[in-house]
Design a protein around this ligand. Structure first.
Ligand code: FAD
Length: 621
């Protein structure tokens, strides 16, 4: 049967990529349909109930700056908040929230259900409708046909999903959810490069069986941070404590004893796992000299006694999981509520995508999230919003948009995936961005909200708040630059008490703010009134203190931008370029970068090779 209503955009999958994708398309005025296995698992966190962290909170705040849902839902669900790298520079500072799983899901569902232009339908998708070589809709398990010229696929770990516990395995999308087998088979018929990856999760523990007296407590930070630019700490639910314990020699012995029945070490699992989120058996194997590993014990929510022991993800057989858990201090009598497991799934080589996340092989079909070889809710959400907004742009007949590497971590993520592809689950780090000082989590709105407004993603409330903030920053920066302190005045005396060398001449407040000993509050209140808006005040301070470094990064970007425009011919055979090594020639012939700047980011393509390409382009005229 064919469903009566026509849609502009269909999104398949209601995880972190899918929810942002359908919200973005609907915000931009497209008639949007979300097709997902279950309405009850919208926004479900498959693994750790936490959002943010290093590199990841940058993505969440960028999604927020473009009007997305993840940060707002986190503000309503975060039960413990921390600022990581708080003592380091603002470029690498990151916000992380432990979330109540149920509150998070509820918040996402409420945002989806109050979004205009968005319909939700619960049903697995088994097939894609392809007409004249381009996508035309989706076909559900019961044969219902939904039509739309743009379809965004965000099926996470579900395509051909296989769950492993010890040497036993079963089909599943994640524990308790069915896999997507028919759709996986259908996609394998299409001209995409498909590979397998794997990821894993720890056993969950019942708090009532844990001896907390032996554990280190860990409380969140004060003042409690927020994730969204519109967020307020008062929105957060009750705050909770986490705990720390450690594995020991005995734990490691138990694990080593079970390795012959580990699906990873006996060759049952073919897919590669996340390097930065390794299983405990992986850690024991890779860091054989370490006698102990840290385990963070995190509550799964306010109204449940389940705990998430972060650091002991495993797919060992259940009897080994049981022993290893009970060998850990505090867990001597622990009751496991859910066994840990690993999951293997299909992913598609992201080098087959355009910057819009549209597939090159099937026009109108977009891929976003774990399906592109990434890992993590935040990476999924970032791709989701991009795919959703580009599907909406395409349906309006407008050109695609993707931020550049110097504009957003979203730009870094997409560029990395599309130029380099990935052999293992890709996660974001601040070290992946070459312009870290510009791409801070505190200024994602200043980098992206105006663009989001132009695209139709940013509503009036966010836009008004943003404009007020920009105006406050501008006025305050101007005030500090035009307000002077003379060395013989009481104001100078107040400042001298904090300075290593007292003021010897007249300075503007803006110049004084560059001094490491002085904070914005010290300087701003010395003459006149400091800003009450803490977000605007933070910007005034960072922009003043780091102005030299920021200017230098901007110069670098300008220099590279001159390259960025140098197009490389589509049909260029790199073997004909004088001086290139065989290795570089192979890489370039395979990646076929569109511009010189993109060529420069392919690993192994050296600065010398770029100079040779530049010479070639100049000669060619
Ligand atoms: P998902 O969140 O998986 O959402 C996919 C959605 O699509 C689901 O709602 C599903 O029901 C729906 N769907 C799938 N197929 C169909 C279909 N045919 N028709 C209709 N709907 C469909 N991330 C980390 O960062 N670190 C980790 O250590 C980690 N461990 C993990 C361990 C496990 C066991 C699992 C399952 C995941 C783990 N993750 C981890 C990954 C994290 O869950 C994902 O990165 C994230 O959820 C990806 O978001 P997504 O939107 O791409 O997919």
């Amino acid at each position: 049967m064919e469903y009566q209503q026509q849609f502009d955009v269909i999104v398949i999958g209601g995880g972190h990529a899918g929810t942002e994708a359908c919200l973005a398309a609907a915000r931009m005025g497209c008639r949007t349909l979300l097709l997902t296995h279950s309405v009850d698992t919208l926004g479900q966190m498959s693994c750790n109930p936490a959002i943010g962290g290093i590199g990841k909170s940058h993505l969440v705040k960028e999604v927020d700056a473009l009007g997305g849902a993840m940060a707002r839902a986190t503000d309503r669900a975060g039960i413990q908040w921390r600022v990581l790298n708080a003592r380091k520079g603002p470029a690498v500072r990151a916000t992380r929230a432990q979330a109540d799983r149920v509150l998070y899901r509820n918040a996402i569902r409420e945002i989806l259900e109050s979004q205009e232009n968005l319909s939700i339908f619960q049903q697995g998708v088994d097939d894609l409708l392809i007409e004249g070589g381009r996508v035309a809709g989706a076909v559900t398990q019961m044969g219902l046909i939904f039509r739309a010229p743009q379809v965004v696929l965000t099926t996470g770990t579900f395509l051909g999903g296989k769950i492993h516990i010890g040497l036993e395995n079963s089909a599943g999308g994640r524990a308790g959810d069915p896999p997507a087998i028919a759709l996986a088979n259908r996609l394998r018929e299409l001209p995409f490069r498909v590979e397998r990856l794997k990821t894993g999760t720890p056993p969950r523990i019942d708090a009532r069986s844990v001896d907390f007296s032996q554990l280190e407590e860990q409380w969140g930070d004060e003042p409690v941070p927020v994730m969204s630019y519109l967020g307020r700490a008062e929105e957060h639910p009750e705050q909770r404590c986490c705990w720390i314990t450690y594995t020991n020699e005995r734990t490691h012995e138990i694990i080593r004893g079970g390795l012959d029945r580990s699906p990873m070490y006996s060759g049952v699992i073919e897919g590669i796992g996340p390097r930065y989120c390794p299983s405990i058996e992986d850690k024991i194997h890779r860091f054989a000299d370490k006698s102990s590993h840290q385990v963070f014990i995190e509550p799964e929510g306010l109204n449940t006694s389940e705990l998430y022991p972060n650091g002991i993800s495993t797919s060992l057989p259940f009897d080994v999981q049981y022993e290893l858990v009970r060998s850990i201090v505090g867990f001597e009598n622990a009751h496991i509520t859910r066994p840990g497991y690993a999951i293997e799934y299909d992913f598609f080589d992201p080098r087959d995508l355009k910057y819009s996340l549209e597939t090159r092989a099937v026009p109108g079909l977009y891929f976003a999230g774990q399906i592109n070889g990434t890992t993590g809710y935040e990476e999924a959400a970032a791709q989701g919003i991009l795919a959703g907004l580009n599907a909406a742009l395409a349906s309006r007949g407008e050109a695609a948009w993707c931020p550049r590497r110097d504009e957003a971590y979203i730009g870094v993520l997409i560029d990395d995936l599309i130029t380099m592809g990935t052999l293992e689950p890709y996660r974001m780090f601040t070290s992946r961005a070459e312009y870290r000082l510009l791409l801070r989590e505190d200024n994602a709105d200043l980098r992206l909200t105006e663009q989001g407004r132009k695209l139709g993603l940013v509503d009036d409330q966010r836009w008004q708040r943003f404009q007020e903030k920009c105006e406050a920053i501008e006025l305050e920066s101007a005030r500090l630059a035009s307000t002077f302190v003379h060395p013989t005045t009481p104001e100078a005396e107040a400042l001298n008490s904090k300075l290593k060398t007292p003021l010897s001449r007249e300075y503007s407040l803006a110049d004084l703010l560059k001094r490491p000993e002085l904070s914005y509050q010290d300087v701003a209140a010395v003459k006149g009134q400091a800003l009450a808006d803490s977000q605007a005040a933070e910007q005034v301070e960072i922009q003043a203190k780091y102005s030299g470094y920021i200017a230098r990064q901007q110069e670098d970007i300008e220099r590279l931008r001159r390259y960025e425009n140098a197009q490389l011919p589509k049909d260029l055979d790199y073997a004909t370029v004088d001086g290139l090594s065989n290795e570089v020639t192979l890489k370039l012939n395979e990646a076929r970068p569109e511009t010189l700047a993109r060529a420069s980011r392919i690993p192994g393509v050296t600065a010398a090779a770029i100079s040779l390409l530049l010479v070639y382009l100049k000669k060619r005229g």
